[in-house]
Design a protein around this ligand. Structure first.
Ligand SMILES: [Zn+2]
Length: 308
């Protein structure tokens, strides 16, 4: 497979302060894992800066302006109790949006089969007019809207296997039948949404997991609920909100997945993308806070995307 890998030093400029789990070392640990020879064929792309126009596909101007206004000249500023901005945050956040949109351009036009965007800040908790949960702009939601409006794709599926509910993505698309949003997440846990009764206009699928659940329960729920829904939807493009914090070693949650579960879900999603949308997948990093587990899980995810 022709797999693109997006990363950039700007993503390290988003500083969250000492002890914050969503730290620049996350990307450093991923980069180190990808130095292995088996990733020699990964096509490394320098992402462009995203544009305000792209961000406004999901977020109103006042939201963008409020984030800009909150960015301090030095140190960090807390937008809420866990969402932080620093002097480099605007550049990082715009670059993250640029990465996912460039990946849409290249994958949709057939220049590559799939892409992984190692970006931060993450995005899936960012609602159209609210930053929260470490997220400023909703990268994956922007990518979905960009693919719909700029590439005229009709049906976009977003699968979110981060251990936390993607409330921001759900909020962006709860009235949009052409975007299917399927999320598996631990409940109860942050942010508190994601009940199966939250169905949007029939396009939202929430699959809660319970603390202690392993790959057995995870795979069963995907096999019985999310994967059949994806096949039924027949997407033109598949986006993944790829958080790796359902790993058994992650400090922010209590789901017990291991690297093989991430290999499995990646392969299942590739099989569906292969059937319905020429294999087109764009995967964007969300959570994952144990550096070792994150690096190993991302490595397996990318190895699978490469077809190894
Ligand atoms: Zn998460």
């Amino acid at each position: 497979m022709k797999t693109l890998y997006y990363s950039h030093p700007d993503f390290l400029l988003h500083e969250t302060g000492k002890g914050h789990p969503e730290c620049a070392d996350r990307l450093r640990s991923i980069a180190k894992a990808l130095d292995a020879p088996e990733f020699a064929h990964l096509i490394r792309v320098v992402p462009p800066l995203g544009t305000e126009q792209q961000i406004r596909l999901i977020h109103p101007r006042f939201h963008i302006e409020a984030i800009r206004a909150a960015i301090p000249e030095h140190g960090e500023h807390f937008l809420d109790h866990d969402t932080v901005v620093s002097p480099g945050s605007e550049k990082a956040a715009f670059r993250a949006v640029g990465a996912v949109c460039d990946a849409v351009d290249k994958v949709v036009t057939g220049q590559a089969d799939n892409a992984f965007c190692a970006i931060r800040p993450p995005g899936h908790h960012a609602e159209p007019d609210l930053s929260m949960g470490f997220c400023l702009f909703n990268n994956v939601a922007i990518a979905a809207e960009y693919a719909r409006l700029h590439h005229h794709l009709e049906r976009i599926a977003i699968v979110d296997f981060d251990v936390h509910h993607g409330n921001g993505t759900q909020a962006a698309f709860s009235n949009q039948p052409n975007v299917l949003f399927a999320s598996s997440h631990e409940m109860p846990n942050y942010p508190g949404t994601g009940f199966p009764t939250e169905t949007g206009v029939g396009n939202i699928i929430n699959v809660p997991l319970a603390a202690g659940d392993t790959g057995v329960e995870f795979r069963k729920k995907y096999n019985t609920i999310i994967l059949p829904a994806l096949r039924n939807f027949k997407p033109d493009l598949l986006l993944i909100s790829a958080g790796f914090d359902a790993h058994k070693d992650d400090p922010l949650a209590s789901i017990m997945l291991d690297e093989d579960d991430y290999r499995w879900i990646t392969q299942e999603l590739m099989d569906i993308a292969g059937c319905y949308c020429k294999g087109r997948i764009i995967s964007a990093l969300e959570g994952g806070y144990n550096l070792k587990a994150l690096a190993a899980s991302v490595a397996v995810h990318i190895k699978t995307l490469l077809g190894h």
